[in-house]
Ligand binder design. Structure first.
Ligand code: HDE
Length: 706
């Protein structure tokens, strides 16, 4: 018997999965018992019009399987999409960790990534205002490592004890199950208004981070502080970051709501299509490293998940690249059945004592027992480690492994003492030896009581349009709250962040704000009975602003952006071709949109193929619009949908370009020359504008009724 359970350096994942993958091409249909089927259209009956016979085992097998096709959806993060890919380290972290995938730059580690929203059901819209899950499973040769993060670097609560409360509050209300995939309702804001520790997260959740343009254009964060441990046993603290190569981009809130109707699969489709087209989404892995000796050097507690470590204090070092390059073959088998857990570790990484993380370590495996029906879910192909598993776990629902021999216990002599335990030097996992000398208490550290300083830091770091979006989001959400006391309590709480913010939201809600900052408390009573012990405090932050918190810095790339070209008969084919050539050379996608699917007759007699029509698509599904000139523009005037299309692009601050003679068309819209509008301008200027993503300054000046 071999002494080691791992097959070092060998990546078995793809062949393992292939073993479980079936392809019906060129194969005959059979039953689950392997019996070839002769007729899959008709049940067995007594005569052509007769009753169906109970004897029909083929019908019964098919319907029984169908009856049990659904499994419970995830209690949170039910709506999601996944993809396969690889992780490649570019800079070894050997100084800090012994984890193979973070030290060996020659390795390519296979990964499966699942993105998700949190609050909605499995069939809900992708464009809800919500946090996005960003869960990565690394199939390393030392075992599976899961980095189960979000697209926002902090969380609503500090202690796992409050998670069921938070989720009950944000989910549809318990009496009528309304609203779906939305936080804009009484129970959510009731809870939040009584939980001052959520203030920092609320700033992020009300910012445009909560309505991403694409999964491919959002950051990811491990949120908690973790530990790295090197081969000498020396530990440091670490925060994990994912930085999208395409930059961080979002949509407008009005747009998000409309996309939810026009294409609720917007993010799922975007991810799927990008991978099918070979535009593989990429992120760089970043780490912020804090030596153990610096644990207490910050004005916040590293263990508090409502805090970031500002990049200005500890820079993010980029150390590797994640590339998603393969769509799943089967959504259910892979994306629905994949199970992530922050407790899936490899040697060289360990937990911190963050009380939110500690609770998560229990929850993820536990929830799979309900979802996947038993303790053997790790044997489902998507969840399997690349290593063969040897231990004494036995039996249970859906056991797939056939364990040979008599010994299923340790120590044993019957099985020659196998399987052996691995020494640390052989890769056996050992927990970090942390010295803890403390009293057992149910309580919270005083170092967790500053709930506002980083909310202020975040708000101050936003540009004026970003601040306006936060005001608008809070006004929208709170206006949906029916109980006036909750609205008032929330605007009172906002005075702790920014008076102008509180004033502006209060005005939209028809409320007054108090003249001075209002204290808030969650009403928790510490063991010694003195509620004052939990009264929030404010500390002076080390920095006032952090550029990394704003999304305003765009990199100018137009790669994978989708540009609509509106055309009708009489279009100038040559200039449409020029745009197409230049845009696709820079990686953008062009979709020709006409009044119908019939090819458009160009001015020179050529025909232009139409990709989509004004009646089957919508402006909110595109990043920019170009209006073909000449007779085409005049003909488009007969299409009210075309006018609406362009007005909406204008309202959502997107780049608009026109060809010569399209002015007559624009005269019938609200579009005015200004930032991001290129009237009779060159294709190059238009494409440069597309690279700006959005011209939010336009929004501050002009509102358009589209
Ligand atoms: Fe989760 N979370 N969570 N969570 N979470 C789940 O596990 C939980 C938290 C996150 O694509 C569940 O398999 C508790 C923070 C993601 O499959 C469940 C607490 C962060 C996903 C669960 C948290 C996350 C989940 C539901 C507080 C960011 C989707 C189904 C103590 C760092 C993973 C499942 C996927 C899913 C529990 C807080 C991220 C119930 C108890 C903080 C990305 O186990």
């Amino acid at each position: 018997m071999k002494r080691t359970a791992s097959s070092k350096g060998k990546n078995q994942k793809s062949s393992d999965l292939a073993k479980f993958t079936t392809d019906a091409t060129d194969n005959l249909m059979n039953t689950d018992q392997g019996l070839l089927i002769n007729d899959d259209h008709n049940s067995l009956k007594a005569g052509g019009r007769g009753a169906t016979l109970l004897e029909d085992f083929i019908l019964r097998e098919k319907i029984t399987h169908f009856d049990h096709e659904r499994i419970p959806e995830r209690i949170v993060h039910a709506r999601g999409s996944g993809a396969h890919g690889i992780f490649k380290l570019t800079r070894s972290l050997r100084q800090f960790t012994k984890a193979g995938f973070l030290t060996d730059t020659s390795r390519e580690t296979p990964v499966f990534v699942r993105f998700s929203t949190v609050a909605g059901s499995r069939g809900s819209t992708d464009l809800a205002r919500d946090v996005r899950g960003f869960a990565v499973k690394f199939y390393t040769t030392e075992g599976n490592y899961d980095l189960v993060g979000n697209n926002i670097p902090v969380f609503f609560i500090q202690d796992a004890m409050k998670f069921p409360d938070l989720i009950h509050a944000v989910k549809p209300e318990q009496d009528n199950e309304i609203p779906q995939a939305a936080s804009a309702h009484d129970t959510f804001w009731d809870f939040i208004s009584l939980m001052p520790e959520s203030t920092h997260m609320i700033m992020w959740a009300m910012s445009d981070r909560a309505i991403p343009r694409s999964y491919r254009m959002m950051e990811g964060f491990g949120v908690h502080t973790f530990r790295l441990i090197n081969d000498k046993g020396v530990a440091c603290f670490v925060k994990f970051h994912w930085k999208p190569v395409l930059g961080v981009h979002s949509v407008a809130w009005d747009e998000a709501q409309k996309i939810s109707g026009k294409d609720p699969d917007f993010h799922r489709r975007d991810l799927w299509e990008a991978i099918e087209e070979g535009n593989f989404p990429e992120w760089e892995l970043g780490v912020q490293i804090v030596p153990e000796k610096d644990e207490h050097k910050f004005e916040f507690d590293l263990l508090d998940p409502t805090k970031i470590i500002p990049e200005e204090l500890v820079p993010v070092q980029l150390v590797g690249k994640l590339t998603l390059n393969r769509n799943p073959d089967n959504f259910f088998a892979e994306t629905e059945q994949v199970m992530f857990s922050p407790a899936h570790l490899v040697p060289g990484i360990d937990f911190s004592n963050d009380p939110l993380l500690q609770g998560r370590l229990f929850s993820y495996t536990d929830t799979q027992l309900s979802r996947l029906g038993g303790p053997n879910f790790h044997q489902i192909p998507i969840n399997r480690s690349v290593n063969q598993i040897y231990n004494n776990q036995r039996d249970g629902h859906m056991q797939m492994q056939i364990n040979k021999g008599k010994a299923s216990y340790t120590p044993n002599s019957i099985g020659g003492g196998c399987p052996y335990m691995a020494k640390a030097a052989e890769g056996g996992f050992t927990s970090y030896t942390e010295r803890i000398d403390a009293e057992k208490i149910r309580g919270r550290s005083k170092s967790f009581l500053d709930h506002f300083s980083q909310a202020i830091l975040f708000y101050k770091s936003q540009t004026p349009p970003e601040q306006q979006h936060i005001k608008d989001a809070l006004s929208f959400e709170l206006s949906k709250v029916n109980i006036p006391d909750i609205r008032q309590r929330m605007v009172n709480n906002l005075t702790n962040v920014d008076m102008d913010l509180a004033r502006s939201v209060a005005a939209k809600l028809g409320l007054e704000i108090p003249k001075k900052v209002m204290p808030v408390t969650n009403g928790a009573i510490p063991a010694d009975g003195n509620p004052k012990d939990y009264t929030p405090v404010k500390v002076k932050p080390a920095i006032e602003k952090s550029a990394a918190l704003s999304m305003a810095n765009v990199n100018g790339s137009i790669a994978t952006r989708c540009i609509a070209v509106l055309i009708a008969d009489g279009a100038d084919a040559a200039s449409v071709e020029e745009l197409k050539k230049k845009a696709t050379a820079k990686g953008a996608k062009i979709k020709i949109i006409g009044p119908s699917l019939a090819p458009v007759k160009a001015a020179d007699g050529k025909t232009l193929t139409v990709d989509e029509t004004l009646f089957n698509t919508a402006s909110v599904l595109f990043d920019a619009v170009f209006i073909a000139g000449g007779k085409s523009a005049a003909n488009l005037l007969n299409e009210p949908d075309a006018i609406h299309f362009v007005n909406e692009q204008f309202r959502h601050c997107k780049a608009i370009g026109t060809e010569k003679d399209a002015g007559t068309f624009l005269d019938q819209t609200y579009v005015k020359e200004g930032p991001g509008v290129s009237i009779n301008n060159t294709v190059d200027k238009f494409l440069k504008d597309v690279g700006r993503h959005r011209f939010w300054e336009r929004e501050m000046e002009r509102k358009v009724p589209a």
